[in-house]
Design a protein around this ligand. Sequence first.
Ligand SMILES: NC(=O)c1ccc[n+]([C@@H]2O[C@H](COP(=O)([O-])OP(=O)(O)OC[C@H]3O[C@@H](n4cnc5c(N)ncnc54)[C@H](OP(=O)(O)O)[C@@H]3O)[C@@H](O)[C@H]2O)c1
Length: 272
Amino acid sequence: MLVQTLVRVSPVARLSALIVGTLVVALPAVLAVTQASKAQSAPAAAAKRTMLVTGANRGLGLEFAKQYQAAGWNVIATAREPEKATELKALGVRVEALDVANAKSVAALAERLKDQPIDLLINNAGVGSIDAKKAQDIDLAAYEHVFQVNALGPVRVTQALLPNLRAGKGKQVASISSQLGSIAGNTHGNYYAYRESKAALVMFMRSLAAELKSEGFVCIAMSPGWVKTDMGGPDAPLTPEQSITGMRKVFDGLKPDDSGKSWYYDGTELPW
Ligand SMILES: NC(=O)c1ccc[n+]([C@@H]2O[C@H](COP(=O)([O-])OP(=O)(O)OC[C@H]3O[C@@H](n4cnc5c(N)ncnc54)[C@H](OP(=O)(O)O)[C@@H]3O)[C@@H](O)[C@H]2O)c1
């Protein structure tokens, strides 16, 4: 029809008709492609999840930041002294100052992160304790510090960031515990402060899981295995890469019924 009409009219009119005709045919296709690419990029941007990990300037925290960034997440990584966190800053993730044992530092972080939804919180920051073999050798000041960081730190941070977690879609909270925090697994004693602080942390996660279940949260304690870091030492069998890869897989597969449990990095459940 278009061809028959063009034969009967002048060359200028034919050219104009061709341009208009081409536009009529091509425009919907161009619009469809544009809309399709918009439709692809909108969910991609919306799907970008945000995680926050504490104690990320070295060890397991640094590896968490690396792997989640590589997986396309928005990463907020905390360090006590961000200016010295060279390796972490080089990743290009958002670095925030945080001392989990300091209530003011935690409140200041929550203020800076106001209105920032968080899908996954990993309470990773922790300290080891001197191997006290006998109760009478326990240094109570050192004991208290271990508690302030390992047991109360995750409580402070979770409490302060609960509005952010409620605003997020992921609704996952994981606290890095330890096999040494397992009551059933304690057949040798030692490490008084560390064991007790991690057992307290596991109990906090259990209570949190019960409280937040109706809101769709999954809250777990996660043992990373024995890993080569400053804390784990050079004889540890696992590398941070192996441990974090395993833990991320566990986080990815968590279902509502998994909440409140204590997990090992390889996906097995740890006894209390
Ligand atoms: N490595 C293992 O074999 C192993 C086994 C079981 C459990 N874990 C647990 O895994 C977590 C990470 O351990 P890791 O092996 O990576 O230890 P790490 O290499 O010693 O690193 C500990 C991290 O925690 C931070 N931190 C310490 N006190 C803090 C505080 N008051 N506020 C904020 N951050 C603080 C440190 O920051 P600074 O650099 O500023 O000190 C550092 O970033 C800990 O909870 C630990 O108990 C580790």
